[in-house]
Design a protein. Structure first.
Length: 437
C-alpha cells in the first residue's frame, strides 16, 4: 500500500522531471534565437537593480563594464511600492542612485524583448520578486535568446539541514532552484563548494557555474578609501569601534521550529543593555533589512520590542544604530560581532577579531566552516564580555594567526580585480560561443 510519504516522493519526482524537460525546451529555444554581436556593434549588458545594500556585489564589475569601449551598459531600476516586497524600501535604493549620480531607467520604460541585450545581469535571484517584474522572468529572457547572468551575493555558504517532514529544504530552493539560477547563462560564485552544490541540487546542473570570487571584496583590496562613517567617528571619539551585524530570524526547518540561528530578542536586549555602559569600546549596530519583518512574522518579537531595541542602542553615548553603507562600517571598525550573515565572509577577509553568535548552530559548507573556525563563538552576554577583553587588549587574541591562514587560503583571488576578471570572462565566453555557430 502506498503511503502519503511515497505519494509525495513520486509527485516531487514527477514535477522535477517536468521542470527538467521545460529547462531543456527553453535552452533549445535560446540556442535557436540567441542574440548575436554583429560587426561594429557593442556588447549590450544591462543590469537589473533593486537594492542599494547589494550594490557592492556589482560595483567593480559594473565600473569595469562601463569603462570598456566594447560594451554598452544600462541600469534598470526595479522600484516597488512600500510593503510589496520584504526588506529595505525602494526609496533608499532610489536615493543611492541619485546620490551617486548613477544613470538609470525605470522598469516601466524598459522592454528587454525590444532592446535585446546580449547579457542581462540579475541582482537577486528570488522568484517572488519577479512576480512584480514579470517581463524579466529568467525563463522568458532565456527563451528570447538573451543571456541571464547572476553574481551570487554570498548566501550559499550555509549547508541545508535535513527535515524528515519535508522532501526539499527551503534553503536548497533559495540557493539552487530559483528561475534565475535554473535558466542563467552564467552564475558567478566565490568557491568551488558552491559549484558542487549546484551539481547536486540544481536541476540545470552546474556546468553554467563559474568560480571567480566576488566583486564585493574589490573595494577593500583595491585601494579604495573606505573611512568609517563620519557620524560614527564623532560619536566614537577615538575609541576602538566594534561593528555588530544583527541578521534576520531564520530557521531552515530544524527540529526545533521555535528557535532560529539569531539570538532571541530577550538575549539581544540583555547584551545591548550591557554594551550601553561600556565606555572603552564604541559599538555600532546594524540590522538586516528584513529583521523587523521576519521577527514579527515568525513570532520572535513584536514591532514595539524591535523599536525599543533600536532606541536602547541609539540613545547611549557608547552605542549607535547604523543604517548606511555597510562596507564603510566594516572597513572602519577594529572588531566585529556577527550572526549568520553573508557579511561574515567580508569580516574574515578583513582579518579582524570576530565573534560569531548563534542560538541554533549553522551547518556550514566546508569552505565556510573553515572560515568560521577562525572566529570566536558564543551564544550570549558572557561570550560578549569575554570577547570585549580581546578587543580592549586585556586578553590575548589567540585566533590571530588562524585568521591570517584563512585569508591566505580562501581569499587569494581577492586582489582588487575580481570585477574586471568577471567582465573579461563573460565577454570571452560570449564571443567564443558566437564563433562556434
Amino acid at each position: 500500500m502506498m503511503t502519503v510519504e511515497d505519494l509525495a516522493d513520486r509527485l516531487r519526482e514527477h514535477n522535477e522531471q517536468q521542470l527538467r524537460a521545460y529547462i531543456a525546451t527553453v535552452n533549445l529555444h535560446h540556442r535557436l534565437s540567441r542574440v548575436r554581436v554583429r560587426d561594429g556593434e557593442k556588447i549590450r549588458i544591462h543590469f537589473l537593480y533593486i537594492s542599494d545594500v547589494l550594490w557592492p556585489v556589482w560595483a567593480s564589475f559594473y565600473d569595469a563594464c562601463r569603462e570598456d569601449d566594447r560594451m554598452e551598459t544600462k541600469l534598470v531600476f526595479l522600484e516597488f511600492a512600500p510593503g510589496i516586497l520584504p526588506g529595505r524600501p525602494s526609496a533608499q535604493a532610489r536615493d543611492f542612485l541619485r546620490k551617486n549620480r548613477i544613470p538609470h531607467i525605470a522598469y516601466e520604460e524598459y522592454d528587454p524583448f525590444a532592446e535585446r541585450p546580449h547579457l542581462l545581469v540579475y541582482q537577486i535571484p528570488y522568484n517572488d520578486r519577479y512576480l512584480h517584474f514579470a517581463k524579466l522572468k529568467a525563463n522568458y529572457i532565456k527563451e528570447a535568446g538573451i543571456r541571464p547572468v547572476y553574481i551570487s551575493y554570498g548566501i550559499e555558504y550555509d549547508m541545508p539541514r535535513t527535515c524528515p517532514d519535508l522532501p526539499e529544504s527551503r534553503l536548497n530552493m533559495l540557493h539552487y532552484r530559483q528561475y534565475v539560477q535554473l535558466f542563467a547563462w552564467k552564475v558567478i560564485v566565490m568557491h568551488e563548494d558552491i559549484r558542487d552544490g549546484f551539481y547536486r541540487h540544481c536541476l540545470a546542473g552546474g556546468s553554467h557555474i563559474a568560480v571567480w570570487g566576488n566583486p564585493k571584496f574589490d573595494a577593500y583590496a583595491g585601494g579604495i578609501s573606505l573611512p568609517a562613517p563620519e557620524e560614527l567617528r564623532r560619536k566614537a571619539a577615538g575609541r576602538p569601534m566594534l561593528a555588530w551585524q544583527v541578521h534576520h530570524f531564520w530557521n531552515d526547518f530544524a527540529s526545533d521550529p521555535a528557535r532560529t540561528h539569531s539570538l532571541p530578542v530577550t538575549r539581544m536586549r540583555e547584551i545591548f543593555l550591557w554594551l550601553r555602559e561600556q565606555r572603552r569600546v564604541f559599538t555600532a549596530v546594524t540590522f538586516h533589512p528584513q529583521f523587523a519583518e521576519d521577527g514579527v512574522q515568525s513570532g520572535q518579537a513584536t514591532l514595539e520590542e524591535i523599536e525599543n531595541l533600536k532606541i536602547l542602542i541609539d540613545e547611549s553615548p557608547n552605542t549607535a544604530l547604523y543604517e548606511g553603507p555597510y562596507q564603510s562600517l566594516l572597513a572602519g571598525a577594529e572588531a566585529f560581532v556577527t550572526e549568520k550573515s553573508s557579511l561574515m565572509l567580508e569580516m574574515a577577509f578583513l582579518g579582524k577579531p570576530t565573534l560569531l553568535l548563534q542560538d541554533l548552530k549553522v551547518a556550514f559548507k566546508p569552505f565556510a566552516g573553515a572560515i568560521a573556525a577562525s572566529f570566536y563563538h558564543g551564544e550570549g552576554l558572557d561570550d560578549v564580555k569575554t570577547f570585549f577583553r580581546i578587543v580592549e587588549g586585556a586578553a590575548p587574541d589567540t585566533l590571530a594567526e588562524e585568521r591570517k591562514r584563512v585569508r591566505a587560503e580562501y581569499f587569494s583571488r581577492c586582489d582588487g580585480r575580481i570585477g574586471e576578471r568577471i567582465k573579461t570572462y563573460l565577454v570571452e565566453s560570449l564571443l567564443a560561443e558566437q564563433a562556434e555557430t
